[in-house]
Design a protein around this ligand. Structure first.
Ligand code: MG
Length: 163
């Protein structure tokens, strides 16, 4: 069985800069932030690298986005618009990047993303996966993956080093 590659969405595969202002200041407007998924731009360098390694690994998207009805619909719509195909969710042809699963934050969870993702990582392992590499942009999540023995490709392009 192939090893697993974990892929983050926001800030790694999708450029969410245009909606970050909704959560930079308090009160944070998560509703407006989340409503902007569909306007994200694909981060092409990451997409190209993922396409080039997709036959070597089981590809899994792991996102801190909540698995609410809208969250799932908007995320799947964005993935499809950008040529990314979730093999166990939708059937179709003509997609460039094939991903085995989409793992999202459980509905109603407000835990920090590194806590949510460590839990999702354990769920993956319990389901027979052997995660060995990850593409991620958040420092605390990167640390968590490294503590768990993964080799992480740090996709953080923020020159101010803000979380
Ligand atoms: Mg991210």
């Amino acid at each position: 069985m192939k090893d697993t590659c974990i892929i983050d969405l926001d800030g790694t595969l999708s450029d969410c800069n245009h909606r970050l202002h909704h959560i930079k200041n308090k009160p944070k407007n998560w509703k407006a932030f989340n409503a902007g998924y569909r306007d994200d731009i694909l981060i092409k360098p990451v997409f190209d690298i993922l396409c080039s390694i997709q036959n070597k690994y089981r590809m899994v998207i792991m996102t801190g986005r909540e698995a609410s009805k809208d969250g799932m619909l908007h995320t799947l719509e964005w993935l499809n618009t950008n040529g990314i195909f979730i093999t166990n969710v939708l059937k179709g042809y003509g997609f460039e990047l094939r991903v085995e699963a989409l793992l999202m934050r459980p509905q109603g969870s407000y835990e920090p993303d590194y806590v949510v993702k460590e839990s999702l990582l354990n769920t993956l392992k319990e389901n027979g996966h052997n995660p060995v590499i990850a593409f991620e942009d958040r420092p605390l999540v990167i640390d968590m993956f490294r503590r768990n023995g993964l080799y992480v490709f740090n996709c953080n392009q923020d020159t101010t080093n803000e979380e």
